[in-house]
Design a protein around this ligand. Sequence first.
Ligand SMILES: [Mg+2]
Length: 262
Amino acid sequence: MLVIRETGDTLFAILEQACERVNQVDTSRKIVHIDMDAFFASVEQRDHPEYRGRPLVVGGNSARGVVAAASYEARQFGIRSAMAMQKALAQCANLIVVSPRMEVYKTVSSQIREMFLEHTDLVEPLSLDEAFLDVTRNKKGIPSASWVAQEIRATIHERTGLTASAGVSFNKFLAKVASGMNKPNGLTLISPEQAPAFVASLPIEKFFGVGKATADRMHQMGIATGADLLRLTLEELESAFGKAGRTYYWTEVKISDPSTRT
Ligand SMILES: [Mg+2]
């Protein structure tokens, strides 16, 4: 029996999500995930008009520097966050490299935090440019979570000149996946009715807590999507993935059929 060993952080996240899964059978919740588009890079392009429309990365420009953020123009060259700066420069000769201005990013981050708080106090930041908002009961009494998300995106653009993407669903897992689906400057809703089919077609790499090692092992087992995951029982997943297997089970089963009780 092979048990995948995850790093401490990942394991913590898995356990946290597992606990959340069990409590998240309620599809009436309204969760919005807001994610700024290419955040650091977009701030630099906002503040330096000459950088707009050009491939740009934010990060250390030394031999050991790493890309902290890449503009969408840079991404067309295959450049991604966490890539070695040397590699990024090799892939794009005209790459603009900008040193991070963390104070500026933090200021923008608290500006957008204020906008979130205009709608709900239930804000869970994941990083400077991302947060979950529970808008089930929101301060302005807006009945639709998508509507709240659109208003927040419009306000962010109006007050900071930057764009954000939003994901809307009835739990954090789906809201986060959704926000990545229409980037940049998009909004995606995954309704309770759409969730089962959506999860079934979702590549396992997109599942929370599935890292590289786990994804490789799953592919070896013929698991490529949520639907493949669903074919396995809780016992089979636990024997292959230990405690993490339970998370995958909950993610799949609970979201696919929120009425399931175990
Ligand atoms: Mg972002």
